[in-house]
Ligand binder design. Structure first.
Ligand code: ATP
Ligand code: MG
Length: 443
């Protein structure tokens, strides 16, 4: 009887080996750019106490109200699979005393996030984020640096048509006035609005601007904008940020509608939107959260950061035909015929790998033909086939698997301690040749 096949959970993905080069490209880009800006990598647990997310993301957000994967094990209190990286990173920053270790602290991470959402293109239940957090500066130069890093990554990924939207949502003081103005504006239309918005009206009026429902977003179009309510400090901060961005050649648009989904933001908020991947176009979102560290029990420290969705980044790169770094294939396949040759093949392979050469040999017991077929399949650059006569003569012919025609003179390698040195030299020569290096001509 056929067994029922187990499928992966809805909204999750496998990355098969043939697709891995895309992830390696993107992770290489984010890490090298983050390091260029002086950010250091941090790793945090996959799950945290549920209360951490309720306090930092905010209990009126969609993430906390509808999207959390909460788990309990016998005898444990509630834990939740992280829906984003900031809360855990800030918790770790405080818990490990990093705030006493010289400011600003500049951290980055690449991690999986879990949200119980309706799966669709660019919206998954397990997805991956690259994120950064910078703690210890309230200066707008910090905001400009963080935005600049996100922009450098998108540029290095070769993306076009990405729009940067910025806004300031002020500090608790100016926001209180603005929230009152919003309530006054929405009050007459409230009975037409969705149920969630009724709740937002009471608990977090700013979120009224964030509603995705058609009626609510239509009503929100005429709402007062926060920029008109900013206090002097917040206004100056926002203007300075724009000055730095302009000086760094980073184009932006001010969009008073972005308030960001999460509760902990203050002053600067921003999003990078791709026009190429449809409605889930936000590739990167972030902002300043000056109150969060204190809220989580650390000494009051201003901070900011962003999260970048890696699936959306890859999707945008694919749609725009951006280039991914090539996958490295096998350097040499060492084929063998017979027991003694097999032993020799394994010895040589092991030596080559000590030099960092990607070497493979037969571990299945296949025929010569099948071995060569496999060498083709794995796109080996070179191959040799060791048999009894090669063992006897101590020499083997090196085959260039990518050469269009057979060379006039075969390249012979000796089956002794010189094999690795000679092969390494040939491999380097082939690489230089592929890069168009001019070896000059014989006199
Ligand atoms: P959206 O408005 O698209 O739901 P969000 O405001 O919930 O995004 P953030 O919490 O700011 O997103 O997360 C940062 C980034 O993570 C997003 O800009 C996006 O690129 C990515 N992201 C968020 N949710 C998902 C998801 N379910 N699947 C894939 N990527 C996601
Ligand atoms: Mg969301």
């Amino acid at each position: 009887m056929a067994q029922l096949m187990v499928k992966r959970p809805n909204g999750t993905r496998d990355v098969v080996p043939s697709q891995m080069y895309k992830w390696n490209t993107v992770e290489g880009i984010v890490k090298s750019q983050a390091e260029a800006y002086g950010f250091k990598e941090i790793r945090i647990p996959t799950f945290e106490e549920t209360g951490l997310f309720v306090r930092s993301v905010g209990d009126t957000t969609d993430v906390v109200q509808k999207e959390m994967y909460s788990v309990t094990a016998t005898g444990d209190d509630g834990f939740t699979l992280r829906p984003e990286g900031t809360a855990g990173t800030i918790r770790a920053l405080i818990e490990n005393g990093l705030l006493n270790d010289g400011l600003p602290q500049k951290l980055f991470y690449v991690l999986s996030c879990f949200r119980h959402e309706k799966p669709q293109a660019g919206r998954l239940r397990e997805f991956h984020q690259f994120g950064v957090e910078m703690a210890g500066s309230s200066d707008p130069r910090a905001d400009a640096e963080v935005i600049s890093l996100a922009k450098s990554i998108l540029d290095a990924a070769g993306l076009k048509n990405i729009q940067l939207n910025i806004n300031s949502i002020g500090c608790p003081e100016c926001r209180a006035k603005y929230q009152q103005a919003l309530k006054d504006y929405f009050a007459p239309s409230l009975d037409k609005m969705c149920e969630t918005c009724h709740n937002r009206y009471e608990k977090n009026p700013l979120r009224l601007l964030d509603c995705k429902s058609e009626i609510c977003s239509e009503i929100a179009k005429g709402a007062p904008v926060i920029i008109d309510y900013l206090c002097d400090d917040c206004r100056t901060h926002f203007e300075s940020l724009q000055k730095y961005l302009t000086a760094m050649g980073i184009d932006f648009a001010i969009n008073p509608k972005i308030v960001r989904g999460l509760d902990y933001y203050t002053k600067t908020v921003f999003e990078f939107i791709s026009t190429d991947i449809g409605s889930q176009g936000t590739v990167c979102g972030g902002g300043r959260y000056d109150g969060l560290i204190e809220e989580l029990g650390g000494k009051p420290t201003p901070a900011l950061g962003f999260g970048m969705g890696l699936e959306r980044l890859i999707l945008t790169m694919e749609n725009q035909g951006a280039e991914f770094a090539d996958e490295e294939s096998c350097d040499i396949y060492i084929g063998s015929m017979g027991e003694n040759a097999a032993v020799k093949a394994m010895q040589i392979c092991r030596e080559l790998r000590e030099d960092g050469v990607r070497a493979e040999c037969d571990v299945v017991g296949r025929s010569v033909r099948a071995q060569m077929k496999y060498a083709d399949k794995i796109k080996a650059k070179f191959s040799v086939m060791i048999g009894d006569s090669e063992l006897e003569s101590g020499k083997v012919e090196l085959k260039d698997m990518q050469a269009a025609e057979k060379p006039a003179e075969p390249t012979m390698l000796t089956l002794d301690e010189n094999f690795r040195g000679c092969f390494n030299a040939l491999l380097i020569a082939k690489q230089l040749d592929a890069e168009g290096f001019d070896f000059g001509t014989d006199e």
